[in-house]
Design a protein around this ligand. Structure first.
Ligand SMILES: N[C@@H](CCC(=O)N[C@@H](CS)C(=O)NCC(=O)O)C(=O)O
Length: 203
């Protein structure tokens, strides 16, 4: 498997998953999101938007981090990091797995654009306030979902790779978790996992 990767992006999720599963992979590393090679025709032929992550496996390419995680789990997961479809946890697993890109990341994206990409003159305080409020509600849903569990469905699963990564990125980009003890502890717990620590910025 070849992972198209840039440090501190959603591509971290794919490396993290492979590390948790002890799967081998080759890395195609971009230096960051401003790396011009991401906009070159070769890569645009692989990912039409020139984004990461992307996976190459068995002569095929696949993009969308959630789809890639599901693909790896289904092909190479050997039943690990996901409950069986017949189990009581399966619905909860899918729900949190997809909450990451569906609900958590959109306000994070707005905050990244408004506070990191746009110049101070172009940035819109109303958009920032609205995104922060929305993100607070999404993080509150995680707080409630965690309850007194260590991970979203109890044991560590790929739902934590998707949602946990989003929660960490949210906390780094203006999401307030100080009033959310379960999320705060969850973020710390995830960051202490050696597989994640290794995945943020690989040489
Ligand atoms: N929903 C996509 C989002 C992909 C995405 O936006 N990736 C960002 C990095 S986290 C990117 O490559 N951005 C480059 C750009 O916006 O030009 C996924 O989960 O893979």
């Amino acid at each position: 498997m070849k992972i198209y990767y840039a440090p501190n992006t959603r591509a971290v999720r794919i490396v993290w998953l492979c590390e948790e599963l002890s799967l081998g992979y080759e890395l195609h590393k971009f230096d960051g999101l401003t790396d011009k090679r991401m906009r070159e025709p070769d890569y645009l032929g692989i990912h039409p938007l020139g984004r990461v992550p992307c996976l190459e496996d068995d002569g095929q390419h696949i993009f969308e981090s959630g789809a890639i995680v599901q693909y790896i789990l289904a092909r190479y997961g050997d039943g690990k990091l996901a409950p069986k479809p017949s189990s009581d946890e399966f619905a909860n697993f899918l729900q949190w797995f997809h909450f990451a890109e569906g609900m958590l990341m959109p306000p994070v994206n707005t905050l990244v654009v408004e506070t990191r990409i746009l110049s101070a003159e172009k940035s819109n305080p109303t958009n920032i306030a609205r995104a922060k409020k929305l993100l607070g509600r999404m993080l509150a849903a995680i707080e409630a979902g965690l309850g007194d569990k260590d991970y979203l469905i109890g044991d560590f699963t790929a739902a934590d790779i998707m949602c946990g990564h989003a929660a960490i990125v949210a906390a780094r980009n203006g999401g307030d978790i100080a009033d959310k003890p379960a999320v705060t502890a969850y973020v710390k717990r995830l960051q202490a996992r050696p597989a994640l620590e290794k995945s943020w910025d690989i040489d």
